[in-house]
Write a protein that binds this ligand. Structure first.
Ligand code: PGA
Length: 259
């Protein structure tokens, strides 16, 4: 089964809406049709950039998708400051991160809330990219597989097989996020395989084989190819390096870099 790789740029709280337009124009100029044949390209801008990014993508019919870094678990109502999946969907937003470690950590989001947000994305036809991964102390004591699979189980506990089929999973070890310390391709593959096996048990072989598992954590254009050579890794979730358009284009073109 072939899974088309997904290369996602998580801008985090970087680039205002004017910078966002210039950035997407740079990506559109550099990325060629053959790149889009090989990979799906996704940008995850701040909410205030989204309308500008959408207008540009629609006007120029770009093959770049855009998504949200977060969304509310509710669709509408008295939830000051939250952003509804209904609005995101209306705007043409195709993906949303749920459970990014910065939200689990800084915003104290529980796996229960991550699950509710994942369901909110699904009911609004947005593909959730559910993020899981262990902190460094857990990696050091060797419990990273159990920890990450527990987090996955709790983040998807209410979801049916049919719902799980429509999500993507990002393995992002917390110790590798923004640190420059990337997981080895072997470590990333080991966890991706564990996640895939967990998905087989939870859904079916066919569903699990069709699902994308991404790696995230300090990916650069120089390291992307090694990670992407692993059989169970179907994409990259890129933070810091996605802010630099040349670097992000290099990551999207990992296939040309060689391992
Ligand atoms: P990083 O971030 O590439 O800067 O490590 C990845 C992420 O947080 O998604």
């Amino acid at each position: 089964m072939t899974r088309k790789p997904l290369i996602a740029g998580n801008w985090k709280m970087n680039l205002n809406h004017l910078e966002a337009i210039a950035h997407v124009q740079r990506l559109a100029f550099s990325l060629k049709e053959e790149d889009f044949e090989e990979v799906d390209v996704l940008v995850l801008p701040p909410f205030t950039d989204m309308r500008s990014v959408q207008t540009l993508i629609d006007a120029d019919r770009l093959r770049i998708a855009f998504g949200a870094q977060d969304l509310s678990d509710k669709d509408n109502g008295a939830y000051t400051g939250q952003i509804s999946g209904v609005f995101l969907s209306k705007l043409g937003c195709k993906y949303a991160l749920t459970g990014h470690s910065e939200r689990r950590g800084i915003n104290a989001e529980s796996s229960e809330l991550v699950m509710q947000k994942t369901k909110a994305a699904l009911r609004n036809n947005i593909t959730p990219i559910v993020c899981v991964g262990e902190p460094s102390d857990i990696r050091k004591n060797g419990n990273h597989v159990t920890y990450t699979l527990d987090q996955l189980e709790q983040s998807l506990s209410d979801l049916t097989k049919e719902m799980i089929k429509d999500i993507a999973i990002a393995y992002e070890p917390v110790w590798a996020i923004g640190t420059g310390e990337i997981a080895t391709p072997q470590d990333a593959e080991q966890m991706a395989l564990e996640i895939r096996n967990w998905l087989v048990d939870r859904t079916s072989l066919t569903i699990a084989q069709g699902m994308r598992i991404l790696y995230g954590g300090s990916v650069k254009s120089s390291t992307a190819a090694g990670i992407m050579a692993m059989p169970n890794i179907d994409g990259l979730l890129v933070g810091g390096a996605s802010i630099d358009p040349d670097e992000f284009v290099g990551i999207c073109r990992y296939r040309l870099a060689g391992v």
